[in-house]
Design a protein around this ligand. Structure first.
Ligand SMILES: [Zn+2]
Length: 164
């Protein structure tokens, strides 16, 4: 099974993982990404259950607001930068794909600037500069095409319940 097929599995249920209560539209709640065997899984908690949540297994977490049906919020660029940093050095295909797709997104949002493209042992690497401080970071192209990039972006939007 490819990583892209695995991505059909889990999204936000709209239900609190702790009390099973429904998360109301427009209400504030907490979300986290767990590393499940099939890839990242998103879990949500209401504000009452959040303090009791077992945070050790969370890859990352954030405070959010349930999207109104008429439009998803824009994704938080700071949160995406944090997720990008957490994925540094990751081995799994899902994480390497996310890291590359996030690099493209963060370049578009002017949080990273492209300094150089290089190639070593059949792999393309992007050398990027962080803005504003300029610290350099390298990202490997996992060898995916346009369609796979789009599919990964859709998956990120599902996981974070927001538009890239
Ligand atoms: Zn709850």
């Amino acid at each position: 099974m490819s990583v892209f097929e695995q991505w059909r599995v889990s999204t936000s249920s709209g239900v609190c993982r702790g009390c099973q209560g429904e998360l109301t539209e427009g209400g504030v709640f907490f979300s986290a990404l767990l590393e499940a065997p099939a890839g990242f899984e998103r879990v949500d908690f209401c504000p009452e259950c959040w303090p009791e949540a077992e945070r050790d297994g969370f890859f990352c977490f954030w405070r959010t607001r349930r999207a109104q049906p008429e439009g998803k919020p824009r994704v938080d660029t700071g949160l995406m930068m944090e997720f990008f940093d957490r994925l540094e050095g990751a081995e799994s295909e899902e994480k390497r794909v996310f890291r590359y797709v996030l690099a493209l997104y963060l370049m578009r949002r002017k949080k990273l600037s492209l300094l150089e493209v290089s190639r070593r042992a059949d792999t393309e690497y992007l050398l990027l500069g962080r803005r504003p401080e300029g610290r350099r970071v390298e990202v490997a192209n996992p060898g995916i095409d346009e369609e796979q990039i789009r599919s990964a972006a859709v998956r990120l939007e599902e996981l974070f319940d927001a538009e890239l």
